[in-house]
Structure formats: structure tokens, C-alpha cells
Design a protein around this ligand. Sequence first.
Ligand SMILES: NC(=O)c1ccc[n+]([C@@H]2O[C@H](COP(=O)([O-])OP(=O)(O)OC[C@H]3O[C@@H](n4cnc5c(N)ncnc54)[C@H](O)[C@@H]3O)[C@@H](O)[C@H]2O)c1
Length: 312
Amino acid sequence: MKNKVSIIGAGMTGSTTAHWLAEREIADLVLVDIVEGMPQGKALDLLEAMPVVYKDVRITGSNDYEATAGSDIIVITAGLPRKPGMSRDDLLTANAEIVRKAVDSTLQQSPDAIYVVLTNPLDVMSYLTMKVGRLPKNRVVGQAGVLDSARMRAFVAMELGVSVENVNCYVLGGHGDEMVPLTHASNVAGIPLDEILPPDRLEAIVDRTRKGGGEIVSLLKTGSAYYAPGVAVAQMVDAILKDKHLIVPAAAYLEGEYGLDDIFFGVPAQLGRNGVEKVYEYKLAEKERLALDQSAESVRQTTQALQSLVKV
Ligand SMILES: NC(=O)c1ccc[n+]([C@@H]2O[C@H](COP(=O)([O-])OP(=O)(O)OC[C@H]3O[C@@H](n4cnc5c(N)ncnc54)[C@H](O)[C@@H]3O)[C@@H](O)[C@H]2O)c1
């Protein structure tokens, strides 16, 4: 039987995720949105692109959750994106209601699905998904780290004039400006970044990575990034469906790892057919540990704000 992936929210990130996924030919796709005709139109357009790339993928759009029945994976991108000057946390109230509805409605149709969450504030929306759905922790993962690490890889490759293929970067922590780009574990062909780059250039790259989302928001003026977030989700979906046991930086539910408890937080997470199979722990330098604790405090505050808004 073919895999089925439903994407809730057919806006910029939802439709771009569908695009990247369709090219991989790994699942039939369903796009759901509240805007009438829009998911149907985007799905039909993408379906009509498939003969050109020789891919057999069924792609449908709907305003109705029944279309998602029997999905292996539900990707949640429904919600408002940031406007210039807004933090991801500013989206909390509006998006909590949207995500809660999306989880409730999709679970009725696909009781065994794994959830990949993209809606911001990411770590807290992942937490909400797990709690609202009463899901085991392996069935919810949030996309942030693949994107943040890819941004850092792009900046390092540009700085050194090397192929992105040689650059491995790892960004941990919450998906906010306090995220923690690791400068020793990240490397170029095995050489740690803090050995290959002068401190001022490395600091500039760390800073640009942290503010990478905001840089795009202020250039676009309306909406936020979608190509890189979409392909990041596609990589995670691919790893789950193919049972790859791929370790990616992603928001996972923590129960003691990194000394943190009862929050979703960006950590190296192994993805396979059962979702999050394992969380890996780095030995962190003192500076990194402090930065991670600061990022965790920020996620915890937003999680508490959520708890006061919604009963979870
Ligand atoms: N985690 C990340 O790395 C990351 C990256 C980019 C964007 N985001 C977040 O993803 C979310 C979506 O961003 P976007 O750029 O796609 O925004 P967008 O406005 O282009 O699309 C959002 C879509 O959600 C739909 N929607 C709203 N309420 C809905 C509901 N109840 N049911 C179904 N659909 C509904 C809207 O109609 C819209 O089409 C935002 O919260 C944004 O901040 C996260």
C-alpha cells in the first residue's frame, strides 16, 4: 500500500512541502486548508507537474478532514506566519487554537499517524500537539533544527567558498533567536568550525544563523521563509517513511535528556518508521550548556504561557 501524507495548511510552507515531497515520489499527498478552492487548486497544479518529472503521485486538495483518512504522517503548517518585527512567540494565541483543531480533526481520521509540526512557536506547538492528541512522545516531532542547521551550512559554505556537501552543522535548542549553533561539533570536512574560522567570522555566522528567519521576514515584508522549511520537513518525512534511522536536529519531547523535562526542544533525534526513536546527547562545552539552558528557559516560559491559555 502506498504511503499517505496529509499537510494541514496549504499556504506557503504547506504547498512548498508538498512540492518537495512530490519530487521524492514517496507518498500520495493531501493538502487541507480552510480557504475554499485554494488547496484543490494547488494540488491540481502540482499533480499536473508530475508528468514532466515522471513521478506517479496522487495529490488532492480539500477543505475537509475526511480527505486525510488513513494518513501515515500529518504535517501541521496551518497558522499565521510572522510579520516584520514579530517574534515567533507572538503567534502563540492565534496558532494554538488552529493547531488544536487540526490535531483533533486529523486524529479522528488517522488514529495511528505520526505528526511533524512546523507551525510557530514551533517547540510549543509540538508540545500542544502531543498533549491535545494524548500521543506518545515518539509520534510528535517538530521541524526547526534541520532548517536552522541548513542556514548555518549555507553561510559557512559561502564564507569559505567550499561545497555545502562538506559542511555539517548542528543547531540545538528552541526555535527562537536563542537557538544554540554548535561551533565545535559543526565542521567542514571533519575540521571543527572553531578551528577553521577566525573567531569574529564564526561569531558573525552564529549570529546570522540565529536571526536567519527574521532576515527573510524583513526582506519578504509579508510572510516568512518557505523553500528551506519545506525541504526540511520533506527530509524528515522521508526519514520516517523509509525507516532510515536518520539523526537530525529536531524538536523532541524531553524527559531528562540535557537535564530538561516536559518540554519540546531541539536536540539530535533519530527518525524512523515509529517517529522519534532516540534522542542523542552531546558533551557540551560550558558556554554551550549555558546557552542551551537560556534557550530552554525561553521555551519553558512560552510553554507556561500556552498552559495558561489552553488546558493541556
Ligand atoms: N518551524 C519552522 O521552521 C517554520 C518555518 C516557516 C514557517 N513556520 C510557521 O509555519 C506556519 C505557516 O507558515 P506559512 O508561511 O505557510 O503561512 P501561510 O499564511 O502561507 O499559510 C498558512 C495557511 O494556514 C491556513 N490555515 C489557517 N487556519 C487553518 C485551519 N484552521 N485549518 C487549516 N488551515 C488553516 C491558512 O489559510 C493559510 O493558507 C506559521 O506559523 C509560520 O510561522 C515555521
